[in-house]
Design a protein around this ligand. Structure first.
Ligand SMILES: Nc1ncnc2c1ncn2[C@@H]1O[C@H](COP(=O)(O)OP(=O)(O)OP(=O)(O)O)[C@@H](O)[C@H]1O
Length: 464
């Protein structure tokens, strides 16, 4: 993660180029939108609130990199990110206010990241406390031993008993504890089993008696009562090495100041958050018949959020004025001008992403840092099989992918996933048993595995 000052638009595009092939226009637009956020943050306060972020409308068929660009940008800047499908809000049973869930989800995403960061900060301390806790379980201190005693005995006989305990016993116990701590620190006890208290994740009373559709209510109840009711725990027997992980997590949770996490998360969601609204084209245009919620109605529900309003979340109110919204859609049937005018005005930056052709597929297969061929090769290499794709084989895969996209549905680069899965199916199955060093994938191999399916429209609709 880089800081925003270093992220010039050129640098952002360079970064996106590492993962995404082509789509220069979209990369440029998003880089500028991001830089403008940084510029805004440097303005004097009275001006800052006047500058609203310019939202982006990405127009392009499915599977060409729209989500990927947005997601990469969020990752690069550490911005909270959520993706929602606009059509979700047209489903039967949804009501107007449900669109606010996108902001709630954004805050949740921010909370998860910030909490993780803060827990990382206290990790060393938590680890020490976890190790102390393990020593306490293995050799309880005198104080703990007493607390296990019968309360009546404690009341009537305990005091006397304690004074009678000899110093020698104390010293020996301390010695034992030190020894165990040393063994623990040197990894001698890792496989020993111990019993610890863990949080009980089984359904609670609220989950069991929940009527469908009242989840939100249940959650709020749980939040309200969360601080009053004791946490439910249960005992679990674990190896020390596994128990330590659980205990570190528990200790870190206790050390992290949740108020601080909440404040920071809301700040990040409000000022850096990115909400990606996919399939916006499906809620544009005239309303069809049927039981679905009116599409224009959904646009009107989304509008105040995009225009800037305050949404109540369980962490507190969140202002949406400076959240960056990226809407995307194929716009095959509807046009951007079919959206209600107010919403059109809120997405002034329009970028078109182009359909992917065979040449692009060749590059997508090989160039990105996480390119699909690299992923498959790495997976098979764990079995001792090195797969080599000849350049001609890669071209053949790309050609067939483009062909199937044309003869059936054009699902863009997603086609490559299904094609490769089929292509390498047998090899993946046999890899642990074949004792070959190198397997070369040639164009003949590709044609043999995929040719007949790709040539048959009905078959490829099911398999590729
Ligand atoms: N130009 C590209 N370069 C590299 N990979 C790509 C490109 N386009 C798509 N992909 C890959 O294809 C898959 C689908 O892409 P993505 O999720 O961005 O689709 P999309 O355009 O957002 O479509 P949809 O609107 O249907 O979600 C991802 O795994 C992505 O990495």
């Amino acid at each position: 993660m880089l800081n925003l000052e270093q992220l010039t638009p050129r640098k952002i595009v360079e970064h996106l180029d590492v993962y995404i092939v082509g789509q220069a226009q979209a990369k440029k637009a998003i880089a500028v939108a991001l830089r403008n956020r940084y510029r805004r943050s440097r303005l004097p306060e009275h001006l800052r609130d006047e500058v609203v972020p310019k939202n982006i409308l990405m127009i392009g068929p499915t599977g060409v990199g729209k989500t990927e660009i947005a997601r990469r940008i969020a990752k690069l800047t550490g911005a909270p990110f959520v993706k929602v499908e606009a059509t979700k809000f047209t489903e039967v049973g949804y009501v107007g206010r449900d669109v606010e869930s996108m902001v709630r989800d954004l805050v949740e995403a921010a909370i998860r990241t910030v909490k993780q960061e803060k827990m990382e900060e206290v990790r060393e301390k938590a680890e020490k406390l976890a190790n102390d806790a393990i020593v306490n379980i293995l050799v309880p201190s005198r104080k703990q031993q007493h607390s296990f005693k019968n309360p009546l005995e404690m009341l009537f006989g305990g005091q006397q008993q304690q004074t009678q305990t000899s110093d020698a016993e104390d010293a020996s116990l301390e010695q034992q504890r030190r020894q165990v701590a040393w063994q623990l620190a040197n990894g001698h006890l890792e496989d020993q089993m111990i019993e610890i208290d863990v949080e009980d994740q089984s359904p609670s009373m609220f989950d069991l008696f929940q009527v469908p559709g009242t989840e939100q209510m249940g959650m709020q109840m749980q939040d309200m009562l969360g601080n009053l009711l004791p946490k439910r725990t249960k005992k679990r027997k674990l190896r020390i090495k596994d128990a330590r992980k659980v205990l570190i997590q528990q200790e870190a949770q206790k050390l992290v100041d949740m108020d601080e996490v909440t404040q920071e998360s809301i700040y990040r969601a409000e000022n850096h958050g990115i909400i990606f609204i996919d399939e916006i084209d499906k809620i544009a245009g005239k309303d069809g018949r049927g039981p679905d919620v009116s599409r224009e109605g959904v646009q009107r529900d989304i509008l105040p959020i995009v225009e800037g309003s305050t949404v109540m979340t369980k962490y507190g109110p969140v202002k949406t004025d400076h959240i960056l919204f990226i809407a995307a859609g194929a716009f095959h049937m509807a046009k951007p001008s079919d959206l209600i005018p107010e919403l059109q005005g809120r997405f002034p930056i329009r970028v078109e992403l182009t359909s992917l052709r065979a040449e692009d597929f060749v590059r997508i297969l090989t160039e990105p840092k996480n390119a699909l061929l690299k992923q498959y090769s790495a997976l098979l290499e764990t079995e001792g099989v090195r797969v080599e794709f000849t350049p001609e084989a890669i071209q053949e895969i790309a050609r067939l992918a483009a062909e199937v996209n044309q003869s059936t549905d054009n699902i863009g680069a997603r086609r490559l996933h299904t094609m490769l899965e089929k292509l390498l199916e047998d090899l993946s199955f046999e890899a642990p048993d074949i004792h070959l060093d190198v397997v070369q994938i040639t164009p003949e191999y590709v044609r043999d595995k995929l040719g007949s399916i790709a040539g048959n429209k009905d078959l490829s609709q099911y398999i590729l």
